[in-house]
Design a protein around this ligand. Structure first.
Ligand code: NAD
Length: 261
């Protein structure tokens, strides 16, 4: 079954990996609900670009992924607007770096809410429709940090390991309903966010651009290359295809070999 005419919700899709997911699914003919923060003008530009480039419907939902009622409302609105949510991509995520004894309690709560609990709330709301239609695809954007840890990232690593656990439970519960659930776990992905860190790091550490990229950012990644947002999005499109119908409950690294070591 082709993906054309299916309907997807992609959380945190106003930039980076989420936007790439939205555009890659739209290219397959999938109608999209985009979500996330940003200026109204920027979001409208991306929304219109998706509609005009790929001839699909695209709507924006501003639901805050820390607010369970707004999350449930986003899924309900999507079902009302498009008739169904066939594909759910959980992607919204934030990071905070600090040693555990100084980790701000509100940052812990925020990261657990956005990176973990929001996926529980979207899945909880979207599953009844998927079960009834006997078809669904749930893709959870985890991280290499769902498989291994790094210091100073307690909330992020805990949330991503939790997401991988939630994913397995959902996969088992839905296994006989034609609904799959999988995690995609990127290593370092080349995003504007990463690119913006380079000049400051060059200055702080007295390094060249190449040294920052290879000796600082890519230290963990054996290929010494960034993952691209398009590579991550292509994996999501594959997981949504019929060829991937028997892939469920997995946590697939796309990390240049990081978690092999
Ligand atoms: P990004 O900052 O470019 O995008 C994050 C998105 O989440 C944005 O659209 C933002 O508006 C949205 N968001 C943040 N808080 C929100 C909230 N409360 N409610 C709704 N939306 C909210 O980051 P990215 O690099 O594209 O990351 C996307 C996902 O990929 C995250 O879950 C992240 O943990 C994961 N990831 C990223 C990398 C990487 O190297 N960039 C590596 C592994 C995993």
């Amino acid at each position: 079954m082709a993906l054309k005419g299916k309907n997807a919700v992609v959380t945190g899709s106003t930039s980076g990996i989420g936007l790439a997911y939205a555009r890659a699914l739209a290219k397959e003919g999938v109608n999209i609900v985009i979500n996330g923060f940003g200026t109204a003008a920027d979001i409208e530009k991306e929304r219109q670009a998706i509609e005009s480039e790929f001839q699909v419907k695209c709507v924006y939902d501003p639901a805050d992924m820390t607010k369970p009622a707004e999350i449930a409302g986003m899924i309900a609105n999507a079902e009302k607007t498009f008739g169904s949510v066939d594909i759910l991509i959980n992607n919204a995520g934030v990071q905070y770096v600090s040693e555990i004894e100084n980790f701000p309690v509100e940052k812990w709560d925020q990261i657990i809410a956005i990176n973990l609990s929001s996926a529980f709330h979207t899945i909880r709301a979207a599953v009844p429709g998927m079960k009834a239609r006997k078809w669904g695809r749930i893709v959870n954007t985890a991280s290499a940090h769902s498989l291994v840890a790094s210091p100073f990232k307690s909330a992020y690593v805990a949330a991503k390991h939790g997401l991988a656990g939630l994913n397995k439970v959902v996969a088992l519960e839905l296994a006989t309903y034609g609904v799959t659930a999988n995690c995609i776990s990127p290593g370092y992905v080349w995003t504007p966010l990463v690119e913006k860190q380079i000049p400051a790091t060059m200055e702080a550490r007295h390094l060249s651009r190449d040294q920052v990229i290879h000796d600082v950012l890519l230290e963990a990644q054996p290929t010494k290359e960034f993952v691209t947002v398009d590579q991550v999005a292509a994996l999501a499109v594959f997981l949504c295809s019929d060829a991937a119908a028997q892939i469920t409950g997995t946590d697939i690294p796309i990390d240049g070999g990081w978690t092999a070591g």
